[in-house]
Design a protein around this ligand. Sequence first.
Ligand code: AMP
Ligand code: FE
Ligand code: FE
Ligand code: ZN
Length: 283
Amino acid sequence: MFADLHLHSNYSDGTYTPEEVAMHGSRYDLGVLALTDHDTVEGCEEMAAACSKQGIEFVAGSELTAELNQNELHLLGYFLDTTNAALLEAMGKFQNVRQNRICEMVERLNKLNVPLEAEEVFKIASCRSPGRPHVGRALVQGGFCKTLDEAFERYLKKHRPAWVPKFKISAVEAIKLIHCAGGVAVMAHPGLNRSDDLIPELAEAGLDGLECYHTKHPPATVEHYLELAEAHGFLVTGGSDCHGMNKGKPLIGKIKLPYEHVRDLKRRSEEIRQGLDSVTSQA
Ligand code: AMP
Ligand code: FE
Ligand code: FE
Ligand code: ZN
């Protein structure tokens, strides 16, 4: 049995509904799917129901944007308790930051004589966790750019004129937050961050795993992170990072993670939860 542990839905910047994600998962013969929307777990209930209908095992997750020593990195949380109050409160804050940032990006665009309205972006996003892809889609829909790529190249990429930096939780705090919600903390797509020097500090902070398999990791990168995982005793995960249709074909199905890694993650989550219980019973 195989898993895809990195998937986005329209609860953040993916274009598929959770039902559509589950439907595509079953088409590619995936037995386990994790939903990892940016800064939210809102889609998890719907996704759990859709997976159960398809006979797919579901893992509740999220992808948090964090920072360490001024480097942005993405942390995946798996087997999260999606009702955990601290997690939901923190995510609510991240979502507010995201919504305010949309308004700031639109203001910048307006100053560049692009008369886009924030309302348009929020209508396209229609979720609490909007991001730059929604601004990009609004730019295309409004006829200001021909493609999403052009929108990022001209306006939205880091240091381009409509780019606005985003508040990020510290990676150490993010790992704590994931653990407190009973979850397992994994560094997403380390090959895209080119920041291996952060890994010892993340290990110190309690990082549990590395996303060794990712659509944008060529085979040599996969090998490199498998070796690093082994050296640090990290768990190994993988996922497509599918955001919906991509150049005519979704990315889901590109990564097929063997089930043994899901079993290891589950075991780690149980250990984390037992640790939380013993702290509570001592208090
Ligand atoms: P944000 O979280 O608002 O900063 O937006 C980051 C998201 O934008 C990533 O998760 C990707 O889904 C998407 N993204 C980043 N760079 C590009 C790009 N060059 N073209 C299309 N989408 C991108
Ligand atoms: Fe994204
Ligand atoms: Fe990411
Ligand atoms: Zn992602």
